[in-house]
Design a protein around this ligand. Structure first.
Ligand SMILES: Cc1cc2nc3c(=O)[nH]c(=O)nc-3n(C[C@H](O)[C@H](O)[C@H](O)COP(=O)(O)OP(=O)(O)OC[C@H]3O[C@@H](n4cnc5c(N)ncnc54)[C@H](O)[C@@H]3O)c2cc1C
Length: 461
């Protein structure tokens, strides 16, 4: 089938990508795994164009894979079968910042960090802050139900989505929710679409709620002599009235990798593990009081001095370090796999302990960091330059061990990166056959021909 011809009535030639070298970027995401090059990539600029593309594709049995900005880590935007990519990268306009209702209406291709800065300049705050915020799209965040460090206090993307316009696989435009803060009208399709990983349709417009921008923020970096003490620190702080907006956990080896990667910009203190804690609010005295309480609390668990970043430059240094961990891990690895499991916070110490047992058993470095404040850690399994075959020999056992442990502890396979291609074979650990069947039937209602982002989320039947 001549795909260029098929879509040329809908899009101008410059927005139909067909050259091999340009298509390469659409063949993978940040997981960097390749299956097959897409047949073509389409760059629509409006809901109407997406609707026509999907209707044409559906009528002609063409497989579609939706894509935002390709920073996903679970392979959701990777084409597996011969497919046409529909990228929302040119749908990058913020439509309206509504100060009265404290909402923003936006196209899906807007970069999350840009959306945050735009609403901040209007004195408002959109808290979800994935570490990739300067390179991922807001539509991708909704499709993945993304989180970030500030989820401890402010919740994840899901908590801010009020309305979704989306196009079904057969090209029908639908709207659910709107500029309302509560809604008990009909089934909650909006929430079904959040986290649906591009398997049910393409999100074309979003209404997101905002909150007032906190006036002040302080960051503290606390070193602990053991991972166990750091994790106990997390639990103590969460049980107190300190109300941190973030509690990020970093193993010493992660912080050292960031230091190496950034060329000494990360202040490394002594200790085996660190917590990066942010406190924010509108009253400096009250924040300082909370900081003092946090220091008193953790003093029982650590003898190390606590580093407080009070100005923007110091804060940027700490957060640059935290946000560089993904790249820093990449830099130190010949190959790397990662898990993004989430467990009840009280079970975090057991999770970390079990992960270390796997590390010792298989002699493969496993380094953890992440959103300890909500029980979600990123576990990096590293193939180093000195690896003598252990990584390739044991990687499946290690991945399985981590996922099984998380589920055994009452946790889930993914806290925020999604299932995509890489965790689908483990869904049986979490769901019964009937629970899987229900979800597959939902997919069939939206996509009876299974043409829309196939092979994702669930193993083949
Ligand atoms: C350095 C780094 C740090 C990261 N940190 C975090 C973090 O802290 N928290 C976190 O949650 N994630 C994190 N991620 C993962 C990633 O950035 C998020 O999953 C992000 O939401 C993906 O957005 P994207 O625009 O790049 O989507 P893509 O990668 O393009 O797509 C992701 C999935 O969403 C679907 N999709 C995209 N747009 C749409 C749409 N408009 N309609 C329907 N489906 C769509 C795709 O089909 C695919 O299944 C990180 C990634 C990197 C590389």
């Amino acid at each position: 089938m001549d795909l260029i011809k098929l879509f040329s009535d809908i899009l101008p030639a410059v927005r139909i990508i067909s050259k091999d070298d340009l298509l390469e970027k659409y063949s993978t995401d940040e997981s960097l795994i390749h299956f097959s090059q897409p047949l073509i990539a389409l760059l629509p600029k409006s809901t109407e164009e997406i609707s026509k593309i999907l209707k044409t594709a559906y009528d002609n049995d063409v497989t579609i894979v939706p894509r935002g900005l390709g920073t996903g880590l679970s392979g959701g935007a990777i084409p597996v079968k011969p497919s046409v990519i529909v990228s929302t990268e040119l749908m990058n306009n913020i439509i309206e910042i509504d100060r009265e209702n404290m909402m923003v209406v936006t196209e899906p291709g807007v970069i999350t960090g840009e959306l945050q800065r735009a609403v901040e300049s209007a004195g408002l705050f959109y808290p979800p802050d994935p570490a990739s915020l300067d390179s991922c799209s807001i539509g991708g965040n909704v499709a993945e139900s993304s989180g970030g460090p500030s989820a401890v206090k402010y919740g994840t993307t899901r908590d801010y989505v009020r309305g979704i316009e989306f196009v079904t696989p057969n090209g029908t435009v639908m709207n659910f929710g709107g500029k309302v803060r509560k809604d008990a009208t009909g089934y909650n399709i909006k929430d079904l679409l959040i986290g649906s990983e591009g398997t049910l349709g393409i999100i074309t417009k979003l209404t997101l709620s905002l909150i007032p921008l906190p006036k002040f923020k302080y960051d503290m970096l606390i070193a602990f002599d053991s991972i166990d003490a750091a994790v106990k620190g997390v639990i103590e702080i969460l049980k107190s009235s300190i109300k941190p907006s973030t509690i990020e956990f970093m193993e010493k080896r992660a912080i050292e990798a960031a230091k190496e990667f950034l060329g000494n910009e990360m202040p490394v203190q002594r200790g085996e593990a660190h917590l990066l804690i942010r406190l924010d609010g509108d009253n400096v005295d009250e924040i300082e009081e909370r900081m003092l309480s946090a220091s008193e609390l953790v003093k029982r668990l650590t003898l190390h001095e606590i580093l407080v970043a009070e100005n923007a430059a110091q804060q940027e240094k700490l957060w640059k370090g935290r946000r560089s961990l993904h790249d820093a891990m990449m830099e130190m690895s010949v190959k790397r796999e990662r898990e993004d499991v989430v467990v009840p916070i009280s079970r975090l110490p057991e999770l970390i302990m079990e992960v270390h047992k796997l590390e010792e058993k298989f002699n493969v470095p496993i380094i953890s960091f992440g959103h300890a404040g909500d029980g979600n850690v990123h576990i990096n399994i590293i193939k180093t330059k000195g690896d003598t075959g252990e990584f390739d020999r044991y990687i499946n056992e290690i991945n399985t061990g981590i996922l099984e442990t998380a589920v055994k502890l009452g946790g889930k396979l993914s806290g925020e990166h999604g299932i995509g291609l890489f965790k689908k074979e483990f869904m049986h650990l979490v769901f019964t056959k009937e629970e899987m069947r229900l979800q597959r039937e939902i997919k069939r209602v939206f996509d009876p021909k299974n043409l829309f982002n196939p092979e994702k989320m669930f193993p083949n039947e």
